[in-house]
Write a protein that binds this ligand. Structure first.
Ligand code: 3PG
Length: 305
């Protein structure tokens, strides 16, 4: 069967090689589209039984053209780019590869924060992380790795996650917090790790950001949609001490950079999962999940049940 890997942002070549091997060993054929358009995807999909993507949009148009599609695997954690209702309506199983990008994203949090608080290494005097407070908004796979690294820096770490028992955090030497207001009010640094869904879109706005203590830093390596961008801008106007770093830059990033200069820091392109290691982890996991699904319907990480 044909398995289409269509990624606007290509995996590292070593990961593509591994994906190809997994697919070939199982007796299938790889169709590879890198840096392609939606049209390229729609043209290639009709003859494919499986699709592997990253943040690439898989919507009504794609599912309508996908006459032989059985499974879509999002090589990564967040699957907000895939229209799950359409997938279900077309009888397609959608899976993600939870946890495979966790270390890459967690390391990027600190790369960005250090660049910010050391004034982009411009020769002027910055600040340190040791003994500063860090609040982790959602204690999933990425959040836990952020906590692990933060403790290496000597930070005081707390976390909020209604789906994780206090004992799990306490065992990690992380203080459980039970209200989102307390998380923002109690930590100089807050790192976002919530998914983008109907409950979270636009949920981080003035109400929360303005609670940050003096010199507060909001870190977003999750999704831009979870921020209420107009309210973020309003707080940046009103509070000259607040800073924002994001791997998922806002829609009007250029205007924000112009207005707030060194108080904001954005990657030019989403970089969280852009390491060879993460590409190998997520890409190979995706290929193996596809092969298992095509073999006997394996669906452990199905997200459209
Ligand atoms: C994820 O959800 O796993 C990350 O956001 C990675 O996204 P990417 O594959 O587009 O880099």
């Amino acid at each position: 069967m044909k398995i289409l890997v269509a990624t606007e942002k290509p995996f590292a070549p070593v990961a593509v090689k591994g994906i190809k091997e997994v697919i070939k060993e199982a007796g299938h054929e790889l169709v590879l589209i890198e840096k392609g358009t939606k049209e390229d995807l729609i043209n290639a999909i009709p003859e494919c039984a499986a699709l592997i993507v990253r943040s690439d949009k898989v919507d009504h148009d794609v599912f309508s053209a996908a006459k032989n599609l059985k499974v879509v695997v999002r090589a990564g954690a967040g699957y907000d780019n895939i229209d799950l209702a359409e997938a279900t309506a077309h009888g397609v199983c959608v899976m993600n590869t939870p946890g495979q990008n966790r270390n890459a994203v967690a390391e990027l949090v600190f790369a960005m924060v250090l660049s910010l608080i050391r004034n982009r290494f411009n020769g002027t005097s910055g600040t340190e992380l040791k003994e500063k407070t860090l609040g982790i908004h959602a204690y999933g796979a990425v959040g836990r790795n952020v906590a692990r690294i933060a403790k290496g820096f000597g930070m005081k770490v707390s976390a909020l996650d209604p789906f994780v028992a206090d004992d799990v955090m306490i065992a990690d030497n992380v203080t459980p917090v039970h209200s989102v207001e307390d998380l923002y009010a109690g930590n100089q640094f807050v790192s976002l790790h919530i998914p983008a869904n109907d409950q979270t879109r636009g949920s981080v706005g003035k109400h929360l950001i303005s609670l940050l203590p003096k010199n507060g830093v909001l870190i977003n390596t999750a999704r831009k949609e979870i921020i209420c961008e107009p309210e973020l801008e309003q707080v940046l106007e009103e509070r000259q001490d607040i800073r924002y770093v994001a791997d998922v830059k806002p829609d009007n990033a250029d205007a924000i950079i112009e207005k707030f200069a060194e108080r904001v820091l954005f990657t030019p392109k989403k970089m969280g999962a852009q390491t060879s290691e993460a590409n190998i982890n997520a890409g190979l996991a995706a290929a193996r999940q596809v092969v298992a699904h095509l073999k006997d319907g394996w669906n452990k990480f199905q997200v459209n049940k």
